[in-house]
Design a protein around this ligand. Sequence first.
Ligand code: CA
Length: 226
Amino acid sequence: MRILIIEDEVALADALQNILQKNKYLTDACHDGVSGLDCAMSGIYDLIILDIMLPKMNGFDVLRTLRINKIATPVLMLTARDEIADKVTGLDIGADDYMTKPFNTDELLARIRSLGRRSSNAVCENNLYFSDITLNLSTYELSCNGNSLKLGLKEFCIMELFFRSGSAVISKEQLIEKIWGYDSDAEYNNVEVYISFLRKKLMHLNSEVTIKTIRGVGYCLSSGKC
Ligand code: CA
């Protein structure tokens, strides 16, 4: 999952990035409303953590603009005080959840997991399923028929993207934007290397699942039977 943090307190944004990266989330941070909106409009994020009081454009206006432009990425709003009015306004204009600062890390992670579950049908508790393979979102293990392998961070994030997309084709451009980031200079070659790592792991697990190359389009998971 790739998470965008829009928070002008740089120390808090850095702390959030550290916590999330330790928990195998990919993150980007913006420190004002305008650059936050610009990143969010790319549509590559699975979740946005959005502060309300921001320079250049406040969080409510960022959220409103996203929803007007049909960007449905789940938004977790951060409110500075326990202001009921802020929470109501946020929820009314399309926030999915909110947290009051200062917040508890475990609660934040639980809320992020919950929003992640809401955005995908294939999730049951902490697992994602496709054909005979399971991806555990807590242990980052890929399993098949009782055997499992731990995945590295990028491998895990790529696999999670495949699971959440079902059999839909994902292009190399999408993989680069989602996994390496909006402004990254990663190339197709980087994607191909990781796809080959994952193919080897699927073979090692004796899974019937393969990562199919759709020439000129991208990749998708295939269950072998279809
Ligand atoms: Ca702020």
